[in-house]
Design a protein around this ligand. Sequence first.
Ligand code: F6P
Length: 553
Amino acid sequence: MTAKVKMLVNEWGALSECAARLKSKSVAQLFEADPGRSQRYSLEFSGYYLDFAKQRIDDQAWGALCDLARISGLPCAIKKLVCGEVVNPTENRPALHTALRAAPKAFDLKDASIAESVAQSLSKMASIVAKIYSKQWRGFSGKAITDIVNIGVGGSDLGPFMTCHALDEFSTDEARRLNMHFVSSMDGTQIFQVLEHLDPATTLFIVSSKSFTTIDTFYNANTAIAWLMDSVADRQVIMRHHVIAISASPEKMNAWGVPESNQLLFWEWVGGRFSMWSAIGLPIAIKIGMDNFLALLDGAHEMDVHFATAPFEQNMPVIMGLLGVWNATFLGINAHTVLPYDGRLRFLPNYLTQLEMESNGKSVTNDGETVEFKTCPILWGDVGPNAQHAFYQLLHQGTQEVSCDFIAPVMRYHKVEGASSVGARTSLAEQQCLALANCLAQSRVLAFGNHAVADDSDSEVYKRYRGNQPSTTLLMDELTPRFLGGLLAAYEHKVFVMATLWNINPFDQWGVELGKNIAKQTQAALKGEGSFLFDSSTDALIKRIQAKANTAS
Ligand code: F6P
């Protein structure tokens, strides 16, 4: 056993002992013993305020977690990440999403040409946005574009979709004249519904795919091309006027017939779920304008610098990551819910589902060994106030332990002008107060259960709240491009911190490959091309589908 492994074993042992001790203590007891704990278990950074006092930790556990981070080599891992060393060993690649938002003030990058490539890509994005805004981008008949359809899936969809929704109020005047649509699902429902209402002469498709091979995206894209070709038979004309392609593979974009002028490139060292900062973010740049897109990048960069330089005890993503490991691995809490108290962040939980679960849903270490502990918890969420009327019942009175992230912008509606009347504005301000009150009230009840109310003596058993669900509350001054950028970067780094402590690779996703391959064979079987024998269940399902399809045709 090397000295490092010995230290790791000791530290894991110390933390397991802390967990055994703290499992029998409630959050209420922790507050009784330590009423001022929120001072120590909170952090203020550049308009964010992270309160983690309602987590089931004490000073001994917290100290041991910070030590574990150091012993696990987190300082060195962060340096390797931001400098562009290989941190994705199974694909032999760096993961340089930080470089996408750093130019020109890059970290000490190993490859100095990266900053220049990033700047060039941003400049090409800016000229495409300007061409669309100025109505110089025209369809085959000479009419200006009115509708933009982003076709992509996973990382080529979730980030732009979530951000366009979150920052809708930052839409530029030019963007307000355009309709933005997102199509991702392979079954065709979305593209079918979108195309029904569009005019081919004025519709522009953005085909987003890092690999440029994802079957979901290409079936949707081919449907779009077939729809366009009903109006104009010349594929070259269609490609020139109606398609922008975004990928890390210029060869594949060429082979698909996209003219170079309509290609936006990014790089293998950008992971799909970390790619909204690259050209994949084009729908965002169109929606909120280039200046706001750059503000989003700046916010993320500010968080990157904080992550790379702040001491662990005062480092927001590190704290978030350590708490994630503590809850999942040491306390054995295997469900985590994200609860934004702001409707604009409605799709944040979906985005984080891919970011966290595709990254850290792993069970083999970087040394090829099966892990002997729990890694990424099951993550889900919804807008908090709506979730109060759906799954909070389980959080409050169910049998599962769940850790929670409450997220809320503090200031809202203070800049609302124009359309809303003075009366409506006053009422909206009340609604914001109501949402914040609910956010704080729910985290209290989850933490303290019946202890949250002064007199809880007369409750029947079925009305009782056991509490003890740990949570972190993340407040930000307001929801702007800069704050959203920082928030998302914090979650990205949280994922990296957890992966480093678990010694797993957060940047590959081999677990999605087998299903894709098997689906090809199954598709052939469904179409009756060749004879296949799978298992009795699948064979019966295939027969049933074929029989029904035959009666329909
Ligand atoms: O299959 C999973 C995945 O590879 C994700 O990691 C990725 O974001 C998504 O598919 C889409 O991939 P692409 O951008 O290459 O089309």
